[in-house]
Ligand binder design. Structure first.
Ligand code: SF4
Length: 187
């Protein structure tokens, strides 16, 4: 028996950036257009090492469908991605590799720490586990939970979208940003 076809009639369009509209045109600032494009086309690079990675797989699946936010294009090469998603326990031996992956991503790049382990080491307060990835790379958004549900991961990505949407084009050249990078030993 054929399955009934269902159409989603609740499709919501992204809001137009503030600006000046007239007949057949809309004028706004370059910052806002770039922010709009970047925020709605974040390409994820999953760095999944354990259980939280499974939750990320569920987030990519049909039920939660990260594609709705313009992030369906997962990449496993750092040079083609701008959103690093660290999901899982990071052993201290793994930390230099994570940092290397981050360094190979082109600017602008953003990082989400998914779950307690990536954010703080989680329950593994031991000699071998990194107590939070922000010890080796800067983090933009932390998603709490052990593990966070896919809704939590989606919420983290929406928070990052807000951040990206409102980020000034000059931020990456600002002294504050350079200072942040220098504090991690990154030029
Ligand atoms: S936060 Fe919990 S679920 Fe996620 S990797 Fe650590 S132990 Fe596993």
């Amino acid at each position: 028996m054929p399955r009934p076809v269902q159409y989603n009639t609740n499709i919501k369009m992204v809001e137009m950036p503030e600006g000046y509209s007239g007949e057949g045109f809309h004028a706004t600032s370059f910052d806002k257009v770039v922010g709009l494009a970047r925020a709605n086309s974040l390409w994820p690079l999953p760095f999944a090492t354990s259980c939280c990675g499974i939750e990320f797989m569920a987030t990519m699946g049909a039920n939660y469908d990260l594609s709705r936010f313009g992030s369906e294009r997962m990449g496993f090469t750092p040079r083609q991605c701008d959103m690093l998603l660290v999901a899982g326990t990071i052993a201290k031996k793994m930390a230099p590799i994570l940092r290397q992956v981050y360094l190979q991503m082109a600017e602008p790049r953003w990082v989400i720490a998914i779950g307690a382990c990536a954010s703080s080491g989680g329950i593994f307060d031991s000699y071998s586990v990194l107590q939070g990835i922000d010890q080796v790379i800067p983090v933009d958004v932390y998603v709490p939970g052990c593990p966070p549900r896919p809704e939590g991961i989606l919420d983290g990505i929406l928070k990052l979208q807000d951040l990206v949407h409102n980020e000034s084009l000059r931020r990456r050249n600002s002294p504050v940003y350079k200072e942040l990078m220098n504090s991690y030993g990154i030029e």
